[in-house]
Design a protein around this ligand. Sequence first.
Ligand code: SF4
Length: 176
Amino acid sequence: MDGLFFLLLLTGAALVWLSRRWAADAGLPHGRLISVDLERQGQAAPTLIDAELGLTGRPDALLETRRGRVPVEIKSGAAPDQPHASHVLQLMAYCRLVQAASGRRPPYGILKYADRAFEVPYSRRAEAELKRAIQSIQALGADLPDRSHDDPARCAACGFVAACDQRLAPAEGGWL
Ligand code: SF4
């Protein structure tokens, strides 16, 4: 029994260490790390679901900040002058998922590029734009053309990833 307890303790400590190292490597802004999607290490974060909008997904990380819980989306490339619209849409979908899961509206989401992080406000306007984008996809219904590529990286950068039923999972880490 003592051996099992020790093993659990060791596993817990290893996960905490892995999460902290991941956050440090990613250069995340300050905040208490409450969830990291370590799928590559066999520790995928829980999938978040918004049944109302038909969204599912897993942000790369969740941070508890002084202003509330915020999702983090990590992009490996260098930061553009302004975040790409598709990245913002993807991040807003994660904000909406956090809202659905926690019952609290995140004040913003974080887009972390290799060399810079952006705090993107989860405004009512941003949420309305997200809903419009989702409604556009849903309106296409059966007319939606089949996926024309076999490139997970393209899906990873796509703003519709949380609402798309043809998305490709990335080879390493990522969402559902
Ligand atoms: S398959 Fe879906 S998630 Fe992937 S690029 Fe196309 S629309 Fe975006």
